[in-house]
Design a protein around this ligand. Sequence first.
Ligand SMILES: [Zn+2]
Length: 127
Amino acid sequence: MCPHCQAADRQVKAGRSRAGSQRFRCESCRRTYTPEPKSRGYDGQKKLAALELYAHYYRVRYAARLLKVNPQTLLNWVDAAYEQARASGATDDLAARIVARRGMELRNRLYRLGFGQQAEAIPAPER
Ligand SMILES: [Zn+2]
């Protein structure tokens, strides 16, 4: 099924992703996707665990140590999830928590740096 338009038919093979997974193209909306992307580097379970810990306000360094990942790697995952959640308007619990915490951190950083006006532009979702 196409993850973009949910069409179930007219899905055709369209080469392979960089990780070697089969890609498909939807003939309804003309977009491509990878049904089960192979994780490159860290496995998806660890990434999901990292996002859950972050969403529950574990300190980044502590969460990274628990999962034996680099703190910057964890923050990269968080930022990717934050951008994706904001771009897609995802409203599930994990996405909402990540947007809430990361948004707060980004706003606080901007305020500290004296960019209050830009900080106000970052939406503050209710928690
Ligand atoms: Zn489609």
